[in-house]
Write a protein that binds this ligand. Structure first.
Ligand code: CA
Length: 223
């Protein structure tokens, strides 16, 4: 899962980036509404965390522009302006959630998980596929009840494939969900992660199929 953090305060941005990365997310930081707008037009994200007070255009303007284009990306506002009026106007403009600073990281990550679940119509915290279960909240995978060790990138790929199953997930989409600007991930790297995942899932009757020239998919579990 890839999150865009729109935040001009460098310390705050770095803290968020580290905290969210520890929670298993790929994080890009945009220090202004303008840079955020540029990335949102060209890159794909699963959620944006948006500060209101930004150097030129503010966060509310950014959200208004996003919604006026029909973009339904989940947006969580994280702002020092925590009055009732600020919260109401943020939500009315199209934010999905609003948290005042100072905030606690566990609450932020819990709200992020809830927003992402809602946006993907995943009602429960678990993605199950036969004997394989991914718990999105705890980031733990089990196979037949036994822990299955996955790297963050393997997790991200498997999660995207299971959410989309039985539809195909394009290689481009997988690259987008894994790539921060500072990491040059290549299509070959995706293939390497997928082949490692296949090895780890070989006992699980979960087959990651290659759809030539497009991407990968996982069939619905046999019933
Ligand atoms: Ca700010």
């Amino acid at each position: 899962m890839r999150i865009l953090v729109v935040e001009d305060d460098v310390l705050m941005a770095n803290g968020l980036k580290q905290g969210l990365a520890r929670a298993g997310y790929t994080v890009d930081v945009a220090p202004s509404a303008e840079t955020a707008e540029a990335s949102l037009l060209t890159e794909e994200f699963d959620l944006a965390v948006v500060d209101i007070g930004l150097p030129k255009a503010d966060g509310l303007t950014l959200i208004r522009q996003l919604r006026s284009r029909g973009n339904r990306l989940p947006v969580l506002v994280l702002s020092a302006r925590g009055t009732l009026e600020d919260t109401v106007s943020g939500l009315d403009i199209g934010a999905d959630d609003y948290m005042a600073k100072p905030f606690r990281l566990p609450e932020l990550t819990a709200r992020i998980r809830a927003l992402i679940r809602r946006s993907r119509s995943v009602a429960s915290a678990c993605l199950a596929h036969g004997r394989l279960i991914l718990n999105i909240n705890s980031h733990a995978a089990t196979l037949d009840g036994q822990p299955l060790e996955l790297t963050n990138r393997e997790w991200a790929i498997l999660e995207a494939l299971l959410i989309a199953s039985p539809d195909v997930v394009s290689k481009h989409r997988l690259l987008q969900s894994l790539a921060g600007w500072d990491k040059d991930i290549t299509p070959n790297a995706i293939e390497v992660h997928v082949s490692r995942l296949r090895a780890k899932l070989s006992a699980a009757c979960v087959e990651i199929r290659t759809v030539r020239g497009i991407g990968y998919r996982i069939d619905a579990p046999a019933t």
